[in-house]
Design a binder for this molecule. Structure first.
Ligand SMILES: Cc1cc2nc3c(=O)[nH]c(=O)nc-3n(C[C@H](O)[C@H](O)[C@H](O)COP(=O)(O)O)c2cc1C
Length: 158
């Protein structure tokens, strides 16, 4: 069973709601029905996720608020601790990115993508930015992103 590791941080709950929707998508019964394979979705706060968690996962969903034109300090701490030990060991694995922002969001995307690219993770879904107040459309997009990422893993597409 492939494992999707979700690593996220949220201070005021917006990113958490996006993650909950994405995880719901990743755990959709339709994925098992269509592929015969379930995906084990592990959800960890960024401060709690470590090298071992990254090593044993088969794919990643990262989620962060945009804070001060960057990813959250918690997700940066995750990369600070895991990047070098995991480099060379996780190449080619698929990943997705969710960003919750007040009004921007692209700066957080621009902060995370080079690190994921440096790890040689594969961007199999477009990063999704939810800017401003969360809407049903944001939550639906996060759900779709989670389902697509996990569904592709279950189907062996990536
Ligand atoms: C300290 C701080 C810095 C922020 N910096 C930005 C920013 O640079 N760009 C932006 O679009 N929103 C910014 N915001 C707004 C947050 O991204 C937004 O409130 C988001 O929903 C927070 O996510 P959370 O609810 O998961 O903590 C900032 C908020 C805080 C508290």
């Amino acid at each position: 069973m492939p494992t999707l590791l979700v690593v996220f941080h949220s201070a005021s709950g917006g990113t958490t709601r996006l993650v909950e929707s994405a995880v719901d998508g990743a755990r959709s019964p339709e994925i098992v029905e269509a592929t015969g394979t379930a995906v084990d979705v592990r959800v960890l706060g960024a401060f709690d996720a470590g090298v071992d968690d990254v090593m044993v996962a088969d794919g990643y969903l990262l989620a962060t608020p945009e804070n001060f034109g960057y990813m959250s300090g918690a997700l940066k701490d995750f990369f600070d601790r895991t990047y070098h030990p995991c480099l060379e060991h996780t190449r080619g694995r698929p990943y997705g990115l969710l960003v919750k922002a007040g009004g921007g969001g692209t700066a957080a995307v621009d902060a995370v993508v080079p690190l994921a690219t440096g790890l040689d993770w594969r961007p199999v879904v477009e990063p999704f930015v939810a800017a401003g107040d969360l809407t049903d459309a944001h939550l639906a997009a996060a759900h779709e992103l989670g389902a697509t990422l996990a569904g592709g893993m279950a189907a062996g597409l990536w």
